[in-house]
Design a protein around this ligand. Structure first.
Ligand code: TGC
Ligand code: FAD
Length: 407
């Protein structure tokens, strides 16, 4: 597969500006966490302060994917935190996974995306639906960051409705012949391993593992994004790709395969965006104390206080929703519809907070002196990927009425 020039790492400028972020816990939710959760969260927070904050504005401004972070993400256990240690994963629970995503997205949604895709959309399906040989071959290298993975479900003409996909597999003895195309695929131009979903001759969705360099596989990069600029996005094009049958995920058939991976990743997003929201709130709270107009700090005006009070209220509600979802997920009881509700609510909450925080920063809010616009632009993607805001609403609507708006 062509690497589109990403193998030559551009020089990334490190900012000397101090990252003064501190977490916010208005309802003492830390008391609900275990010591291990807090240790994991704080370790990732420190890593983000050291490795992500100094470079992220430069990367976002110049649309550079900070590829060098991949090894560090592997080292801190961000790839597959809840996959068993036997396969290189972290063997942790769902709350630890959520808190890691929160801290990564506090740095940048693109960094959290890198971890979500690798852990929940590439490692998880191989772990859940793969053969033992597939697990041993791919999972440790994906966990360490030696391999980069991508997940191909969305097609140019089939986004919200993946069941209508046209990518297809034709039986050819010991191989399948894969044709079709995928669109909007995070990390596809860089990927060593692609988990791709396509229909077999019976019309059943199957998962296959493709490797970089397979004949007929290409992954052109998508340029011109105003969102997730520090993340690499591309297409996947399949022209008579010969996929050995040993590369088919043997233990799942049907759309529930990819959709169950989405449940895992959407859960991570429900936590992740709390990090982006906290970063915007934290910056706005500090700015409102330091910035003076009409002879007083702007934080003393009632209208600024209204914004700040509503922000911390919404963050607290989102934290409680995520925590409760985490306790259900730890018991294997979080339903896809519950996950949809949390993804939808929390992404929308974070986007609204970014918009309010931008206002509190006045003109400075549109600059790269502050993280606000970067988070805001990123969150526009997060509102759409992993199921759009409206698709999740319809999932909740179906769940509460029993009436399916999609059929
Ligand atoms: P439907 O008939 O409802 O379901 C088909 C089968 O799947 C099961 N199922 C699920 N299983 C696990 N988790 C879920 N979330 C599930 N949702 C459904 C369902 O029980 C059924 O199983 P079975 O055994 O009966 O066959 O399917 P549908 O075709 O009517 O579609 C429903 C709909 C619209 C909700 C679904 O297609 C959907 O979620 N669409 C949104 C597509 C989407 O989210 N795409 C995301 C692409 S990946 C991405 O964006 C990565 S971004 C990466 C980054 O972070 O950078
Ligand atoms: P469409 O499905 O065309 O939707 C357009 C609009 O129509 C939306 O507002 C939607 O809510 C609305 N709509 C659609 N159907 C209905 C309905 N039934 N009722 C009401 N409204 C409806 N995909 C992957 O497979 N892998 C990835 O790694 C990946 N990474 C991504 C990275 C980025 C930066 C982006 C932007 C997308 C990524 N995606 C990925 C794709 C993402 O999941 C899709 O963009 C998303 O599912 C929406 O599909 P679409 O863009 O085709 O929009």
């Amino acid at each position: 597969m062509k690497d589109n020039g990403h193998s030559v790492a551009p020089t990334i400028h490190r900012s000397a500006k101090q990252d003064r972020f501190q977490g916010h816990d208005y309802y003492n939710i830390d008391e609900l966490l275990e010591t291990e959760h807090i240790l994991v969260r704080d370790a990732v927070r420190d890593w983000v302060k050291q490795e992500v904050s100094p470079i992220i504005e430069d990367c976002a401004e110049r649309a550079i994917y900070p590829r060098h972070l991949v090894k560090g993400l592997g080292d801190i256990g961000a790839f597959g935190p809840s996959i068993p240690t036997k396969y290189g994963g972290g063997g942790m629970d769902e709350i630890a996974y959520g808190l890691m995503m929160q801290e990564l997205e506090r740095g940048d949604s693109g960094v959290r995306s890198a971890a979500s895709v690798q852990g929940s959309l590439v490692m998880y399906p191989i772990y859940k639906f793969g053969s033992e040989e597939q697990k041993m071959k791919y999972l440790p290298k994906l966990a360490s960051g030696e391999f980069i993975g991508c997940f191909g479900l969305t097609e140019p003409n089939h986004g919200s409705d993946p069941s209508s996909m046209i990518s297809n597999l034709k039986d050819d003895g010991d191989c399948y012949i894969l044709n079709g195309a995928k669109m909007w695929i995070t990390n596809s131009p860089l990927a060593d391993v692609c988990v791709v979903w396509a229909k077999d001759e019976e019309g059943k969705v199957r998962g296959v593992i493709l490797e970089k360099g397979m004949k007929g596989l290409s992954a052109p990069e998508i340029h011109g994004k105003w969102s997730l600029r520090a993340s690499c996005t591309g297409e996947l094009v399949f022209e008579d790709v010969r996929v050995p049958k040993a590369n088919v995920l043997p233990n799942v058939k049907g759309l529930k395969g990819p959709l169950s991976c989405l449940s895992k990743a959407r859960y991570g997003i429900a936590w992740g965006v709390i990090g982006a929201a906290m970063d915007c709130y934290d910056s706005a709270l500090r700015y409102s104390m330091e910035r003076r107009q009409f002879g007083k700090p702007i934080g003393q005006f009632q209208l600024t206080q209204k914004k700040l009070a509503e922000m911390i209220t919404e963050i607290t509600k989102a934290q409680l929703l995520a925590w409760r979802l985490g306790t259900l997920a730890n018991k294997g009881k979080a339903t896809p519809a519950q996950i949809s509700m949390a993804k939808r609510n929390n992404v929308h909450m974070a986007l609204e907070i970014a918009r309010e925080a931008r206002q509190i920063h006045g003109g400075m809010g549109i600059t790269n002196e502050y993280p606000i616009m970067r988070h805001m632009m990123n969150l526009e993607t997060v509102l759409t990927y992993e199921g759009t805001h409206d698709i999740h609403l319809l999932i909740t609507g179906y769940d509460v009425t029993g009436l399916n708006a999609f059929k």
